[in-house]
Design a binder for this molecule. Structure first.
Ligand code: MN
Length: 231
């Protein structure tokens, strides 16, 4: 057994760090969870409605998340959509986390865009296939700098996104069906949450197509701003 103490990695593990506002340290990103249909108006525009009993979750690979401002439009979709979302970044994990204790897990927040290949997603839905290829691809989760928990007051914050200066999405984070603490608690009953996990908390109505050459500006009051050029 002694030899095990000498075990080392064959090559360096990939650890990716996300920038934090006004900080010299990086947030090491682990897993990326997303919640579907967390704003009633968006569920409606998708021809659906919110799940009454429980939210549903899906994942993106961590490599989806980026803080670059130049995004390449993938070639395999004719309908790339923007979904502006509040992103919650965890510094602490656990399982069966109580709603009341969930805030202790939060490191901070970011503005994120859950980029979605809507045509591929529809095709997957129709065929009963997984959504992964529609949701989890390179640069599919751009986020802003992370703002620390202590520096953000979340109360009726405006969440909005414009394309080439034209407003497309505009709502309030208070319109979420399941709140942040509830989402953390529910997710922790399904999997063991870990430090570095992040959660995209769903998008309000107004999703639309992104074309090459478009400029997107996404804002969440108190949290930050994200500016993206699509090429
Ligand atoms: Mn989404």
């Amino acid at each position: 057994m002694g030899a095990e103490n000498k075990l080392s990695f064959e090559f360096n593990p990939i650890v990716r760090g996300m920038k934090i506002a006004e900080s010299n340290t990086l947030f090491p990103i682990h897993r990326v969870f997303c919640v579907g249909k967390n704003y009633a108006e968006h569920a409606k525009e998708m021809g659906s409605k919110v799940e009454k009993k429980e939210p549903f979750f899906f994942s993106k690979v961590p490599e989806s998340v980026t803080q670059v401002d130049e995004i390449l439009v993938p070639e395999d979709t004719a309908n790339l959509h923007h979904e502006v979302e509040l992103v919650v970044c965890l510094k602490k994990g656990g399982m069966n986390i109580n709603v009341d204790a969930a805030h202790q897990c939060i490191f901070g927040y970011a503005v994120g865009v859950d980029l979605t290949k809507r045509d591929i997603q529809k095709n997957s839905k129709d065929k009963g296939h997984p959504w992964e290829s529609a949701k989890s691809f390179d640069q599919s989760g751009p986020i802003s700098y992370i703002k620390k928990y202590e520096e953000v007051v979340l109360k009726n914050n405006n969440i909005s996104l414009s394309v080439n200066g034209e407003e497309k999405q505009n709502s309030s984070v208070d319109n979420m069906v399941w709140g942040i603490e509830e989402l953390i608690s529910i997710l922790s009953k399904k999997i063991i949450l870990k430090p570095g996990d992040i959660l995209f908390t769903g998008t309000p109505a107004g999703v639309s197509k992104i074309n090459k050459g478009d400029f997107i500006e996404a804002n969440i009051q108190e949290v930050g701003q994200l500016e993206l050029n699509f090429n």
